[in-house]
Write a protein that binds this ligand. Sequence first.
Ligand SMILES: [Zn+2]
Length: 131
Amino acid sequence: MGDLIHVSRTPFEANASHLRRVSFCMESDMTTESPVDIDTGPFRALLEESLTERLAIIEELAPHALPSIDPMAYQTLAANRRAVDEITNALNRIDAGTYGRCARCSGWIAPARLEAVPHAATCIDCSRAAA
Ligand SMILES: [Zn+2]
């Protein structure tokens, strides 16, 4: 008899703890979805530093970076101009308070991705979808 009660209770208890786990997961998901105060200071410093570097490269290459004269320099110049655009956009997002949000799905970009690619405008999923 005592054993029966024990046996019949166990699944209920297991369910209850499962439910607690589920609601805990939902809470942590909500934390991920709600606006997080990203410390943009270090990212701004990184972006400004690489912006300065890119602009210096552009200034150096621009005079002779013509496809007919130096195709390699021309490609490097084009890549750096794209990067300058991306970095400038990221700095604008910091100013607008939308830095760290994906431009496509408006989900949060993983902090590790921002550390690797501070000018990333999309989350890893969207960037893979676009590639
Ligand atoms: Zn996305």
